[in-house]
Design a protein around this ligand. Structure first.
Ligand code: ACO
Length: 329
């Protein structure tokens, strides 16, 4: 292993809404069945916020838990990066609102948009800013209220998504622990496979655009599925190869929780046995940028990640974007 980590994870936290939306509930809303959703996605239920809940509330709760877990005071945080596509408003950056809510008054704060890759993109940016610009206590958050842009009449998409937030506190690496290596990728030529056309300058929120539901998620599911498996497999291969790590050295693999079939395809490609693959998509659905930090926190608190463990992470999202990372905890 020839990579020297700059940043390591000092603490983690998460927040998911209390309200559970089951497949049986969805059967009452659209023409679908629990059987279809389970067979095609592995999702049994997801958590959803009450309409109008600010993302910054969910994200701040996860951030406070991560600070507490790290034993770091909010005033010590010098940088906050939020990976999200469902911030409170177009501007200001939701990271600034979180900064105020948690009292991190000495931090620089900004949002990063990379859809489901938002957390791993943010982690890499944070690590690079620690190495190059001297930031020493960084809050990286992945948080999403995707149900705010779901079309509840579109059975192709409304069964997939859930809400949640996860956060980590980064500090300087100790004993060679931390983010060993990360790989990021993008392909804008496939932007039209997964997009939300109605919230920006192209289709401003006029009554006509709202009536046409342009503010909801558009997805070419089959195409996205195909790209997801290829991109995640390649990203995993690249990060392991460049870090000089064999798949069997990983104590845990945390793939983005979009669909159980995608997770299983990636795990199979690297011969990672099921007990080393973290799965919560059955309980939480696809929480986009929140899926990996929520999984990290759940796994740590359940004793599935111990100090010194080697954990691989890989994700894929709209953009298209993808990212992978190997971390020594
Ligand atoms: N319930 C019942 N039937 C449904 C449903 C539903 N909820 N949704 C679609 N169907 C029907 C379709 O209409 C189709 O019917 P037809 O054969 O009569 O035309 C049939 O089921 C098969 O549909 P497909 O789209 O071919 O089903 P597929 O096996 O591709 O599964 C799915 C669909 C689950 C969406 C899959 O393509 C997928 O997971 N894609 C990736 C999605 C994803 O991960 N997106 C997030 C990316 S991350 C981010 O950035 C947000």
């Amino acid at each position: 292993m020839h990579k020297t980590p700059h940043a390591m994870i000092y603490g983690t936290g998460r927040s998911v809404p209390e309200k559970v939306l089951t497949n049986a509930d969805l059967e009452q809303i659209v023409d679908t069945t629990d059987r279809w959703i389970m067979a095609r996605t592995g999702i049994r239920e997801r958590r959803i916020v009450e309409p109008g809940t600010p993302l910054s509330d969910l994200a701040s709760a996860a951030a406070r838990e991560a600070l507490d877990n790290a034993g770091v005071a909010a005033e010590e945080i010098d940088l906050i990066i939020l990976g999200s596509v469902t911030g409170d408003m177009k501007f200001p950056a939701t990271a600034c609102i979180i900064q105020d809510k948690i009292g991190a008054k000495n931090a620089v704060a900004f949002d990063l948009s990379a859809a489901c890759s938002g957390f791993l993109y943010s982690l890499q940016v944070a690590s690079a800013m620690m190495a190059a610009a001297g930031y020493r206590r960084i809050l990286v958050i992945g948080a999403e209220i995707l149900t705010s842009m779901v079309n509840w009449q579109d059975r192709d998409t409304c069964v997939l998504f859930g809400d949640g937030a996860g956060a980590v506190v980064l500090g300087p690496s100790v004993d060679n622990r931390g983010i060993i290596h990360s790989c990021l990728g993008s392909d804008g030529s496939c932007a039209n496979l997964l997009f939300n056309p109605g919230c920006g300058s192209v289709n401003p929120p006029t009554p006509e655009n709202a009536a046409a539901k342009l503010h909801t998620i558009n997805m070419a599911g089959k195409e996205v599925f195909r790209h997801a498996v290829t991109a995640m497999t390649n990203a995993m291969q690249q990060v392991l190869q460049e870090a000089g790590i064999a798949p069997e050295q990983l104590n845990l693999l945390i793939p983005h929780q979009a669909n159980l079939r995608i997770i299983e395809a990636v795990a199979k490609r690297f011969h990672v046995p099921a007990e080393k693959v973290y799965v919560n998509v059955d309980r939480l659905g696809n929480t986009s940028s929140a899926s990996i930090p929520i999984a990290i926190d759940e796994a740590r608190r359940a004793g599935k990640i111990a100090p010194g463990d080697l954990v691989g992470m890989v994700t894929f999202g709209a953009g298209l974007t993808w990212a992978s990372s190997v971390i020594r905890f």
